[in-house]
Design a protein around this ligand. Structure first.
Ligand SMILES: C[S@@+](CC[C@H](N)C(=O)[O-])C[C@H]1O[C@@H](n2cnc3c(N)ncnc32)[C@H](O)[C@@H]1O
Length: 283
C-alpha cells in the first residue's frame, strides 16, 4: 500500500512487495515516489554503506555537468537510458539551458517510472518517455525511433548513468552497450557512470544484499571492469585544468568539478563505494 501516494496513481500490474531500484534511488534522492519496502531496503544498506547518499548525489551532479559539456559540443539529441523517476535537474532541463531546441527521450523498464515520467513531462515539447529494457536493444531502438524525436542519422548523446550495475554479466552489459553505440551516427557521445568498489568484501555484500531483496540487479563491479564501457571510444579529458592526469574514467565527484582535480577513486579512504564516470565520443 502506498503510504505517501493517493491510491490509483500507480499502474495496477506492479508488485509493490519487492523494492525497485528506481524507487530506492528516488528515496535516496529525497523524492516522494517510494514505499516502505523501498525505504527499508535502502536503510538496511546504509548501515553498511553510508556513503550511498553521497555518491548518489555526486552521480546526479555529474550527469548535469556531463550533459552541459556534451550540449556545449553541439549535440542536441539525448537518449537517457535507465532514466529513473524524475527529480530536480532532469536531462531535458539541463540540455535545453545550453541548447534550447534539444530533444530528450527517456527510457526505463520500470512502469512506475513511465507513469510518473509521462505525467510530469506532458507539457514538455521535445521530450518523451519510453518503456523499454536495455537488454532488448532492437526493441529499444525501434521504440525510440517511434517517438520521431531523435534522428538516428545524426549524432546522439547516449546516457547510461548508474545503470549497468543493474544488468547481470549473463546479459552481457558491455556487449549490449557496444551494440547500441553501433546504431548511432559517428560523433555520438556516451555519458556513463557505474557503481564500483575496490574492496571485494564490500562488492560481494552489497550485490548479495540487493539480490536477496528479489530486486532486478546485476552487481557492483571493479573500476577496471566498469571502465570497459569506454573501449574504442575517444574519452573527454575529465580535468578542468587542475593537472589531474590523462583522459580516463574517474570518481564522478571529480569529473570536471571546479577546483577539484580528477581522481581515480574517492580521496577519503573511508568511501569504499563510488560511481566511476566519464564522457566519450564515438569516431
Ligand atoms: C540507479 S537508477 C539511476 C537513475 C538515473 N539514471 C540517475 O542517474 O539518476 C537505475 C535505473 O535504471 C532502471 N533500469 C534497471 N534495469 C534496467 C533495464 N534492464 N532496462 C532499462 N532500465 C533499467 C531502473 O528502473 C532505474 O530507474
Amino acid at each position: 500500500m502506498a503510504d505517501r501516494e493517493p491510491p490509483g496513481r500507480f499502474p495496477p500490474d506492479i508488485d509493490l512487495s519487492v523494492p525497485s531500484v528506481a524507487r530506492m534511488y528516488d528515496y535516496i534522492l529525497k523524492g516522494k515516489d517510494n514505499f516502505e519496502v523501498d525505504r527499508a531496503a535502502v536503510d538496511a544498506m546504509l548501515e553498511r554503506v553510508p556513503e550511498m547518499f553521497r555518491f548518489s548525489y555526486d552521480s546526479r551532479a555529474f550527469l548535469t555537468r556531463a550533459v552541459e559539456t556534451v550540449a556545449a559540443q553541439g549535440l542536441d539529441q539525448f537518449l537517457d537510458l535507465g532514466a529513473g523517476l524524475p527529480t530536480n535537474e532532469n536531462t531535458h532541463q539541463v540540455a535545453r539551458r545550453v541548447r534550447p531546441g534539444a530533444r530528450t527521450v527517456y527510457v526505463d523498464n520500470d512502469p512506475i517510472v513511465l507513469a510518473h515520467g509521462r505525467a510530469i513531462l506532458a507539457d514538455n515539447p521535445g521530450t518523451a518517455f519510453v518503456l523499454a529494457d536495455i537488454r532488448d536493444t532492437d526493441r529499444l531502438v525501434s521504440r525510440v525511433a517511434a517517438t520521431q524525436l531523435i534522428d538516428l542519422d545524426r549524432p546522439v548523446c547516449l546516457m547510461l548513468v548508474s545503470l549497468l550495475q543493474c544488468v547481470p554479466d549473463a546479459h552481457d552489459p558491455f556487449g549490449l552497450l557496444r551494440r547500441l553505440l553501433e546504431r548511432l551516427a559517428p560523433g555520438s557521445a556516451l555519458i556513463y557512470s557505474h557503481m564500483v568498489s575496490d574492496d571485494p568484501a564490500t562488492r560481494t555484500w552489497l550485490t548479495e544484499k540487493v539480490l536477496s531483496l528479489g530486486t532486478a540487479w546485476g552487481r557492483v563491479r571493479t573500476p577496471e571492469e566498469a571502465g570497459a564501457a569506454f573501449t574504442g571510444l575517444d574519452l573527454v579529458d575529465p580535468d578542468l585544468g587542475a593537472g589531474g592526469g590523462p583522459p580516463r574514467p574517474v570518481d564522478c565527484a571529480t569529473w570536471r568539478t571546479p577546483g577539484e582535480p580528477p581522481a581515480d577513486r574517492p580521496r577519503g579512504p573511508a568511501q569504499r563505494v563510488w560511481e566511476t564516470a566519464g564522457v566519450a565520443f564515438t569516431f
